[in-house]
Design a protein around this ligand. Structure first.
Ligand code: SAM
Ligand code: DTB
Ligand code: SF4
Length: 336
């Protein structure tokens, strides 16, 4: 299937892709993947929760919302040195992208933001792609992150516009889209995806993909998370997402956003190597790996560097080095 890069998808078209016979869908997605990417390369990323818990938002899936009693203990902003050390170990293990997450509703102009800017600068100077996920932000804050070297900003749509208010009431879908729009006013790339397993319908999944695929340009990075059911949250008792739903979602994302990185994100720890191999075949080209067995918090396990290296070797896959920045314009300092 050679669909080219389009920004005028309809939900009906995407639904038709999602509903294709499974092996045909995987084959089509694998073909698109090979047109735009080196299928041997997987980007390994490391998450660092720079500020954990105590978040005022009410995202029903989240271990870090202060509304729910979960096993996560709130923690103040980490020191810059701690973050740089974690990034250094990650780099030695082949990681090429570090994502710093803060359990904030939005960025504030305070000393903590200054520290985050220094973290971004130092980790970028180590030769790593740095992604931040800090909640909502202003154009001025986005520009300061850009000046510090930020490579990507993560801000997920999570689900469809229709289903959003069932999951989160403290902000709206248009708040989310607006933040993405703000990031687009800089050279920082956009990372935006969603979660499977919130009780959404297939139509909700398709609708979310349609919103993402009609952003022009597409988000350079699209994380697909599988809900990790966190005790104490309203979604604690959701059933596990079937693996074939995960594969269909990855394959459909790959076909409608051919050049984007599709990241197999939260929930990978419960997948077998065979299941993960299907995800890679369907077009996933990135994973999160760790040395502390967690994604952001203890509630969501993450496979470790050594186990992942073994899996990649077994599957004949390689770790991708950091990207050269797309469309990078020379900064005034560099020019002259
Ligand atoms: N506070 C920031 C925000 O909401 O944009 C960033 C951090 S938040 C943890 C980043 C993303 O992680 C969420 O949008 C969601 O997609 C994913 N996530 C959070 N908790 C999860 C869970 N229990 N299972 C799967 N994905 C989860
Ligand atoms: C994303 O979409 N998934 C990552 C990253 N972006 C920040 C986070 C997954 C969080 C899993 C929940 C936890 O660790 O508590
Ligand atoms: Fe806060 Fe982000 Fe968790 Fe929502 S997903 S409660 S905004 S940390």
């Amino acid at each position: 299937m050679s669909v080219g890069i389009r920004y005028d998808w309809t939900e009906a078209e995407i639904q038709k892709i999602y509903d294709m016979p499974l092996l045909e869908l995987i084959y089509q997605a694998a073909s698109v993947h090979r047109q735009y990417h080196d299928p041997k390369k997987i980007q390994v990323c490391k998450l660092i929760s720079i500020k954990t818990g105590g978040c005022p938002e009410d995202c029903s899936y989240c271990a870090q919302s202060s509304r729910y009693k979960t096993e996560v203990k709130p923690q103040a902003l980490l020191d810059k040195d701690t973050v740089v050390n974690i990034a250094q170990t990650a780099k030695q293990k082949g990681v090429s992208r570090v994502c710093m997450g803060a359990a904030w509703r939005e960025v504030r102009d305070n000393a903590q933001f200054e520290t985050v800017l220094e973290m971004v600068k130092d980790v970028t100077d180590m030769g790593l792609e740095v992604c931040c996920t800090l909640g909502m932000l202003t154009v001025d804050q986005a520009k300061r992150l850009e000046a510090a070297g930020l490579y990507a900003y993560n801000h997920n749509l999570d689900t469809s516009e229709d289903y959003y208010s069932t999951i989160i009431t403290t902000r709206t879908y248009s708040d989310r889209l607006n933040t993405i729009e703000i990031v687009r006013q800089t050279n920082v790339t956009v990372c935006s995806g969603g979660i499977l397993g919130l009780g959404e319908t297939t139509a909700d999944r398709v609708s979310m993909l349609c919103t993402l695929a009609n952003l022009n340009p597409h988000p350079e990075s699209v994380p697909i998370n599988i809900l990790s059911q966190v005790a104490g949250t309203p979604l604690a008792n959701q059933p596990d997402v079937p693996i074939w739903d995960v594969v269909r979602m990855i394959a459909t994302a790959r076909i409608v956003m051919p050049t984007s990185d599709v990241r197999l994100s939260a929930g990978r720890a419960r997948l077998s190597q065979v299941e993960q191999a299907f995800c890679f075949m369907a077009g996933a080209n990135s994973i999160f790996s760790s040395d502390d067995n967690k994604m952001l918090t203890v509630t969501t396990p993450c496979p470790d560097y050594d186990a992942d290296l073994e899996m990649l070797n077994l599957l004949g896959l390689e770790m991708r080095p950091r990207a050269q920045r797309p469309n990078q314009v020379a900064s005034p300092a560099a020019v002259g």
